[in-house]
Design a protein. Sequence first.
Length: 252
Amino acid sequence: MPKDLRDEDVVHVGDEVYAVTGSNTNWVIVKEGDSCVLVDSGYPGDHDAVLASLDMLGLRPESVAAVLVTHAHNDHIGAAERLRAAHGVPVLMHEEEVPHARRDFLDQVSVGQVLARVWRPGVLPWALHALRAGGTEHVPVAGPQAWPGPLDLPGSPVPVHTPGHTKGHCAYHLPRSGILISGDALVTAHPTSRTAGPQLLPDMFHTDRATALGALTTLEGVAADVVVPGHGPVHRGSAKEAAGRAYERARR
């Protein structure tokens, strides 16, 4: 079962931005008064932890103005549909990610791909943990929406299209706070990686690795001095530096 949320799993990043660590994956709460934006929502098994993280910050599910999706893999949209159905929370994303979120198709690492690599360090423990957290559950979002235009939401998030991990993958820049929420375009750790610090996820997780590599160049141009990744700890350093390090590591 997914772990219970602890106080140390909710990290104050800056201003009213909080990074939350769930079942080997992160989501972000951007608070503004009594409202907030939730960026991603963990695995299906993280639903209660998502609600607990909101409660720790004095928020309720009805406080969520929108769920912003970096991409529609199970470990990032696990609680999205339940928030939409139970509380009317809109679930917003890049237009190319909408059919993925509906599960018109599923574009994530397959069980067969994982089994072919199960001998590699960290893969088997991660796979078992992912299964327990709902990594293979069918969790379509019934009413995903493409952004209608500039986002008038807490934190004034600006989408940054960073395809490669999936076609519609997007990071989110919070210009007022100097924070980049990078999703899986750039991470700082993963149970299947022996590397610590800014990096691409291992190749099996990307729809198109070459395009994912190119997306790092896009992130280098974002004016942010803190990076909150989809996996791994917060990186306190510029997006330019973090993306550059990840690019160099990926090219080795």
